[in-house]
Design a protein around this ligand. Structure first.
Ligand code: GLN
Length: 452
């Protein structure tokens, strides 16, 4: 099999089945085939496990010469002139980007419904949401259109769609993968993540994607381990902490039972399990939506209708260019975040909102530090429920926000966490979340691999 044949078959399959799921915003036929032919000419490097492997890219990661929209009208015609570092890293390892994947607009949402372009369907049941914001990435992988995809996770956007589609979703430690070229949402939370069907695949991709980058001052210079080489199936001596707050009211009983059964499985593999407390969990959603929206309101100031992106055609003054371009270019959820963030940062409310939320963030970091002083890993559900119907939460954003309660704390603390499938409820997949101490991705892969 040549790389060109593999990529051609991948593109043909996308053309054949994606109309049913609508995971792709853009298919990269030309660049993918060009890269494949070049690899065939040069010869695939047998030491590069990703060489010639097709993959999908969330549409908020910039790709040179390929439309990058962040699923927003604001960027509906935006063609970047460079690759995000993570995309460049994968290219160096021979992986071939075959398309850009649907998402919530600017990654704000949990269902992919805030996309300006299309509604992506859940891989298991097309009447259900795919989760979000990396819904296109999760569905493209779960439906077998690509073996892996990149997403981003600011408050759960890799783990929750992975859970809703029954696949593996890794959000690495903050700083493990460069954010250069990831369209910013909440810069102190944002992290690129990886969606795959197996834990081992995920380990291979992270090793290629991660590493220090001069273009991102928050990227870590710690060496990147060979995660796949460290996989074992023996968990003896592993100390597992189960936080009681993650099994509280609001978390579906069947989801709880499925994850508890999975935890018993870890005990059979040699782990010991204790219940612990992360007492500030209940403030996470409120604090996150203040902090992440504040950062978003600042990051999104660059979309002014002047430098790039959408510009209102009928504006007569400079003020009108700004106001009308932003009014027409941004959707309702993005505007809600900008208003919430601007309000929280304004002189009269800063102390009561932004500052308080930042203090809560510190308390949540300390919660985790206390647990990781005694335990190797925290295990919990990824989301309080399985995938639900379209339109269910659209008139009450607060209900949707509460759905993120179990994924947000990890982003508050910058920790690595991975969702793996723990079973099914009513035919829909349930995610189990493995949370590690900073830079303990290898531990998460070991536990996930043993469980699989
Ligand atoms: N659902 C959360 C939000 O809307 C998280 C999104 C994300 O991780 N990008 O902010």
């Amino acid at each position: 099999l040549t790389v060109e044949e593999l990529v051609t078959a991948t593109l043909d399959n996308i053309a054949k089945i994606d109309s049913k799921y609508q995971a792709f915003i853009t298919v990269m036929d030309e660049s993918a085939l060009a890269q494949a032919r070049a690899l065939d000419e040069r010869g695939v490097d047998p030491d590069e496990i990703l060489s010639g492997i097709p993959y999908g890219i969330k549409d908020n990661l910039v790709t040179k010469g390929v439309l990058t929209t962040a699923a927003s009208r604001m960027l509906a015609n935006f063609v970047p002139i460079y690759d995000a570092t993570v995309v460049a890293n994968l290219k160096k390892h021979g992986a071939i980007g075959v398309g850009k994947l649907n998402m919530d607009e600017f990654a704000m949402g949990s269902t992919t419904e805030t996309s300006y372009f299309q509604e992506t369907k859940n891989a298991w049941d097309q009447t259900k949401v795919p989760g979000g914001s990396s819904g296109g990435s999760a569905v493209a992988v779960a439906t077998g259109q690509v073996p892996f995809a990149l997403g981003t996770d600011t408050g759960g956007s890799v783990r929750q769609p992975a859970a809703f589609n029954g696949i593996v979703g890794m959000k690495p430690t903050y700083g493990r993968i460069s954010r250069f070229g990831a369209i910013a949402f909440g810069s102190s939370f944002d992290q690129v993540g990886i969606l795959t069907r197996t834990v081992k695949d995920n380990a291979y991709v992270l090793a290629a994607a991660a590493g220090h980058d001069d273009q991102d001052q928050t990227s870590s210079d710690r060496p990147v381990p060979d995660y796949a080489a460290q996989l074992t199936t023996d968990l003896s001596g592993l100390k597992v902490a189960v936080p009681s707050e993650y099994f509280g009211a609001g978390v579906d009983k069947n989801v709880q039972a499925t994850v508890k059964a999975a935890i018993n499985q870890l005990v059979k593999l040699g782990a010991s399990v204790d219940t612990v407390s992360l007492p500030h969990t209940k403030y996470g959603v409120a604090a996150y939506y203040i902090l992440a929206s504040s950062e978003a309101s600042s990051n999104l100031q660059r979309f002014d209708g002047i430098r790039y992106g959408y510009r209102a055609s009928d504006a007569k003054t400079l003020e009108e260019v700004y106001v009308q371009s932003r009014s027409q270019g941004f959707g309702p959820e993005v505007k809600r975040r900008i208003m919430l963030g601007t309000y929280s940062l304004s002189a009269g409310s800063y102390d009561a909102f932004f500052k308080k939320a930042a203090q809560v963030r510190t308390l949540m970091i300390e919660d985790f530090q206390r647990v990781f002083a005694d335990y190797d890993i925290i295990v919990a559900p990824t989301a309080p429920n399985v995938a639900y119907d379209f339109g269910q939460n659209t008139d009450d954003p607060e209900v949707t926000y509460m759905n993120d309660a179990l994924t947000i704390p990890v982003n508050m603390a910058g920790l690595p966490a991975m969702s793996i499938n723990a079973g099914f409820v009513n035919g829909l997949p349930v995610g189990m979340q493995l949370i590690g101490a900073a830079f303990a991705e290898a531990t998460l892969y070991q536990v996930g691999y043993a469980f699989e």
